[in-house]
Structure formats: structure tokens, C-alpha cells
Ligand binder design. Structure first.
Ligand SMILES: [Zn+2]
Length: 410
């Protein structure tokens, strides 16, 4: 079999195309495959598929294809332009690549698979023999394709969160599809307009279907949800609320530690996690220390009890009962006279309605935890994120669950 016939079969070209030459460059470890149209007079219009006369041929272009053994394989072609009565002068569509791509569709598909499989862009880049620019382009095109194809989300529950970006000085807003455990999109900053940008793009059928959104008690986000999803309920996120409770307990500890140290007592020093960790996660040594300190009737022990008591809230199934519970809990907090705890209770009562929504919908951003660790890893492993767009692309590429493969003809 001749080289040209072999590649004709390997590439699976349609009848319109033929390979007229194959050059193997042993020095550069390259195979160069030269393709032309069989019919030199007529070609198909890319818009209407009508056979039209060829107008001219464009300059030669090349596309990186899947390697042949250890040989980098490059396709070359001077693509003809046809003159369609209806659509004018148009470049004929090729069998092997999407418009404007420097890689064949099969190579792009392979590159996407490698990038997804490696989870490490540096490793994937090496394996594919691409530059950073080329890796970014493959990912950008894949995400663009995926976003174009994604029509309706068909989800009832969204999650909204903020993440730090670029050494913690800037924020981005992330919107999750909780049912699908995927990222819908991310936007710059954490303003009302940031979330508007994402929510306003949802289809009207999605806007109708979304029943609840879980989010921190950050006012700009609540405002955007009320505006863009007037039918959806806001559910303040369990883990954010528990974080506020932990901060309150730790503030009590810090203040108490300070005043104890003035009296020469330092047993609260470096005990932060003893009070914040779940009891079942303490090791034997920590457990003993906890028992020892708790028996001393300290303010932080009191604050810890109030935080633990609050946790009962999450297990109620009836919102009315849960509301009564919060009343009782609040009066206990007020009795304690512990300012950071009272501040936390005020926050709960100021957002009571949306906190009680948890009892009905039972959603949290916890499903996003798996995604968060992925995002963390993307941030850590990618030194290429000097700008927001690359960061967004990478997150959607790895966490968007998008249909990103180009259409291949094989
Ligand atoms: Zn046409």
C-alpha cells in the first residue's frame, strides 16, 4: 500500500478529498500529509451544500493531527473557495478541522481527553507537545463549544459562592448546579452585578424551574437572586452559617485568653481547634484537653455549648418547630452575655426567613465541596492564570460537565 493510500484510510477522508503526497521528515520526526480536492472545478457551499464553481484557492494552511507513532503529523491543504449564487464567495468546509482551528478535530478531541485525564496542565502540555498558548486555545475552544451546546440546565437548585483569586486580593463569584454537581459559570468580583451577569443569561425555562438558591448572607447576592429569579427561595448556606458560629466562639476564646494571660494563666493558648473541630474528630490527647478545659466553666466553654446547641436546628423537619427552637436558643444566647455570640444570634434573627428555608429545601453548598477541591487544585497547579479569563476557562473545562468535543467525521 502506498503512503498516500494509507493516510487516506487513516484520516477517513470523504470522497471529495485526496492525499497527493506524504513526506516523512526523519530529521524532525515529522510526517507531512498534503491534501487537495479531487474536483478542481466545483465544490460544496458550506452554507447550503449546493455544488458551485471554484472561485480560487487559499494559501496553504496546516493542522496538527494525531501523531503517527513517534512522528508529529501535520496536514497541509490549499482550501478552495467557491462562488455560491446565494451566499457569495465562501471557503469550502474541510473534513478534518473546525473553522479557524490549527489542529484537526481528532487532535483536539485527543488533547481534551488528555487534559481532562491528567488534571495537571503542565503534564498534559508535555505529553501533547503543545505550548501554553496552544493549551489555552484548545481549552477555550472546548469550553466555548460546550457553552454553545448547553441549552437548558434542567435543575431546581443552584448554589452561589465566592472564591478568592490572585493571592486572595480579588474575588470571583461562582454559580453551581447543585443537582448536577457542576459549575455553571464564574464572574469577576462578588458584586450584585457579578451575579447578575450569570443569572440573567439563564433561559426563561430554567428561571421558572429553579426552586431555591443556597448562598451566604451576603446582601448583594440576595439582591441579585431576588431580581433575576423572583420565583426562587433563598436558602442561607449551612456551612457558611456554621463558619460564622465558629468565628464567634473563637472570638470569645481570644478575648478570654487575653484577659487570662494578664493574670498569668495561659491554658487557652493554641486551643483554637479544640473548640472548633467536631468532637468526633478530636484525637485522644485533644479530647482529654477539651474535658479538662470544659470542666473549668470558662466563657469559651459556654460559647461552645451554645454553638453545639444551635446545631440541633439542622435536623428539624418542620419550619414552625424550628422557629420555636431558634427563639429558645436566642434567649439562651442573650442570657450568656457573650457579645460575639449575641452578634451571631442577631445575624441569625435578621436573616430568619431565609435560614428557615433550609428546613424545607435541605440544600447546602456542600455538594460543591468536591468541585471546590478541584478548583483549589486548578489554582495551585496552574501558573498560567495571570488573568481572569484563563481561570474561568479552566474551571469550566474541569468542573462544567460540558459537552466539549469537536464534531469529528470518523
Ligand atoms: Zn450556498
Amino acid at each position: 500500500m502506498k503512503d498516500t493510500q494509507l493516510y487516506q484510510q487513516l484520516l477517513g477522508l470523504t470522497e471529495e478529498w485526496e492525499i497527493f503526497n506524504v513526506e516523512i521528515g526523519f530529521d524532525k520526526l515529522e510526517v507531512n500529509v498534503f491534501i487537495e480536492t479531487k474536483d478542481k472545478k466545483n465544490g460544496k457551499c458550506p452554507e447550503c451544500s449546493k455544488i458551485c464553481s471554484i472561485y480560487d484557492v487559499r494559501d496553504e494552511r496546516n493542522w496538527r493531527h494525531l501523531d503517527t507513532m513517534q512522528f508529529k503529523t501535520i496536514l497541509h491543504c490549499k482550501i478552495p473557495r467557491i462562488n455560491c449564487e446565494e451566499h457569495g464567495i465562501k471557503t469550502v468546509r474541510t473534513d478534518w478541522a473546525e473553522k479557524h482551528s490549527r489542529h484537526t478535530a481528532l487532535f483536539e478531541k485527543w488533547a481534551i481527553q488528555v487534559l481532562m485525564g491528567c488534571n495537571n496542565r503542565t503534564q498534559a502540555k508535555k505529553l501533547l507537545g503543545l505550548s501554553w498558548d496552544e493549551v489555552n486555545t484548545v481549552q477555550e475552544r472546548a469550553v466555548k463549544r460546550g457553552l454553545c451546546r448547553r441549552k437548558d440546565l434542567n435543575t431546581m437548585f443552584l448554589g452561589v459562592d465566592e472564591k478568592s483569586f490572585l493571592k486572595g486580593h480579588k474575588y470571583v463569584t461562582v454559580v453551581y448546579d447543585i443537582e448536577n454537581s457542576s459549575v455553571i459559570d464564574i464572574a469577576k468580583d462578588r458584586k450584585e452585578s457579578s451575579l447578575d451577569k450569570i443569572l440573567s443569561k439563564l433561559s426563561s425555562s430554567d428561571k421558572h424551574e429553579i426552586k431555591a438558591v443556597t448562598v451566604d448572607m451576603w446582601k448583594p447576592f440576595a439582591a441579585s437572586i431576588a431580581k433575576n429569579l423572583p420565583l426562587a427561595k433563598i436558602v442561607h448556606d449551612k456551612f457558611h452559617i456554621e463558619k460564622h458560629a465558629s468565628i464567634a466562639v473563637d472570638t470569645v476564646r481570644k478575648q478570654e485568653n487575653k484577659s487570662l494571660i494578664q493574670d498569668g494563666i495561659d491554658f487557652l493558648k493554641q486551643t483554637k481547634y479544640i473548640w472548633l473541630k467536631n468532637k468526633e474528630n478530636l484525637n485522644d490527647k485533644q479530647e482529654k484537653l477539651f474535658q479538662y478545659l470544659f470542666a473549668k466553666n470558662l466563657k469559651v466553654g459556654y460559647a461552645w455549648s451554645l454553638k453545639e446547641f444551635f446545631k440541633t436546628f439542622w435536623s428539624f423537619e418542620n419550619a414552625k418547630v424550628a422557629k420555636i427552637f431558634l427563639k429558645i436558643w436566642t434567649s439562651e444566647v442573650l442570657k450568656s452575655n457573650l457579645k460575639p455570640m449575641i452578634k451571631f444570634a442577631e445575624m441569625i434573627n435578621n436573616n430568619l426567613h431565609n435560614i428557615l428555608n433550609y428546613i424545607e429545601y435541605n440544600i447546602t453548598n456542600a455538594v460543591a465541596e468536591g468541585i471546590n477541591s478541584k478548583i483549589q487544585y486548578i489554582k495551585y497547579s496552574a501558573r498560567g492564570f495571570r488573568n481572569f479569563d484563563n481561570y474561568r476557562t479552566a474551571i469550566l473545562f474541569y468542573c462544567g460537565k460540558l459537552d466539549m468535543f469537536p464534531h469529528t467525521f470518523q
